[in-house]
Design a protein around this ligand. Structure first.
Ligand code: TXA
Ligand code: MG
Length: 328
């Protein structure tokens, strides 16, 4: 057990959190996507602490967070032109670039022993301030127990990792609410490994991108995205996806069978009882999705009925998270 201190954002809190990081401790901090669970990326023992606290399998590599593109380049054996273009377009911001790793720059645990490393420059001012104050590269997965819902508030973090980590830096809810987009630029053509806060269409403006998240690509390429398990982002409750027109009847049938059923719908909601209404547009929907899942879990739902969202490009990241959240 560790004593977990929740520190509201302030200059003193940043200094304290940075000192804990430098000393090899575990610090949850806000990014513009979700809260991350940080530890020094250049120390094996510190990085192992992340895997232990999350219950994360050691084969799933971590994203390394740095305050600027120069610090990112210092971790890479090569930083190709397409990486330069994507970094210029989207950093600081919710894009992770997978690059060839520079020998000795980060601990082997961080890359799960692989030849590449995922790096990103986050846009949240508290994250940047923390990274600058720490002065070391910081490995940070989402600050949740492995396979469960990602945290978009400090309270979400405390709920599952309280007692397992040293500090939670609390700067309120995160902005995007969904994780960074991951692009592998270590080989050609460039590959999208995870849909995320930046849409694929925006990435494709910097050059050709193969969507490696498509089933047809993924089966031939399983090693490319080692952490992309089908079940992920999952609430404790059983979650079901149904067409929007069937939510009301599904909830009623479950309730009649004695289940405590909740629902998540795009406005206007139709289900009775425990229903969370999310915005009709993909950005606002993404921002509030994880909080909705947390809320219905906390309300003791056995089942969460989720209305399907449009099968359109701007919804790709949300559709991906919903598919994984509802995967048995
Ligand atoms: O928005 C985000 O990216 C958040 C915040 C905290 O930065 N972080 C995050 O980390 O979502 P995590 O660990 O929950 O998801 C990182 C994903 C994993 O699926 C992992 O397999 C993949 O990134 N990944 C990390 N390094 C990789 C590498 N070298 N090659 C391929 N995939 C990698
Ligand atoms: Mg995660």
């Amino acid at each position: 057990m560790r004593t977990t201190r929740v520190l509201p954002l302030s200059d003193a809190a940043i200094r304290e959190a940075a000192a804990v990081l430098r000393a090899g401790g575990l610090v949850a901090f806000p990014t513009e996507t979700v809260y991350g669970l940080g530890a020094r990326a250049d120390r094996s023992e510190a990085a192992r602490g992340i895997f232990a606290a999350k219950g994360r399998p050691p084969g799933n590599p971590l994203i390394v967070h740095v305050p600027d593109v120069e610090a990112a380049r210092a971790l890479a054996a090569s930083f190709p032109d397409v990486a330069v273009a994507l970094a210029a377009a989207f950093w600081p911001g919710p894009l992770t670039l997978v690059v060839e790793r520079r020998a000795g720059a980060v601990a082997d645990e961080v890359t799960a022993g692989g030849p590449t490393v995922g790096v990103r420059v986050p846009a949240h001012p508290a994250a940047i301030a923390l990274l600058r104050a720490a002065g070391v590269p910081v490995a940070a997965p989402s600050a949740n127990r492995s396979t469960t819902i990602s945290p978009t508030t400090a309270e979400h973090v405390r709920k599952t990792l309280g007692g397992a980590i040293d500090v939670i830096l609390d700067a309120g809810p995160t902005g995007f609410g969904i994780e960074s987009t991951i692009v592998d630029v270590s080989r050609s053509p460039v590959r999208l490994l995870r849909h995320g806060a930046i849409p694929l269409a925006a990435i494709a403006r910097s050059g050709d991108v193969v969507d490696a998240t498509l089933a047809a690509v993924a089966v031939t390429d399983r090693a490319a995205a080692p952490g992309m398990h089908a079940k992920h982002y999952a609430p404790r409750a059983r979650a079901l996806l149904v067409p929007p027109g069937e939510v009301r009847a599904k909830v009623a049938a479950l309730a009649a069978g004695g289940a405590r059923a909740g629902a998540i719908e795009r406005a206007p909601a139709t289900a009775p009882g425990l229903v969370v209404e999310l915005a009709p547009d993909p950005e606002a929907y993404a921002r509030d999705l994880y909080a909705a899942l947390h809320r219905l879990d906390d309300a003791g739902c056995d089942v969460i009925v989720i209305a399907e969202v449009p099968d359109e490009a701007p919804w790709a990241a949300v559709r991906d998270r919903l598919r994984r959240a509802t995967s048995a």
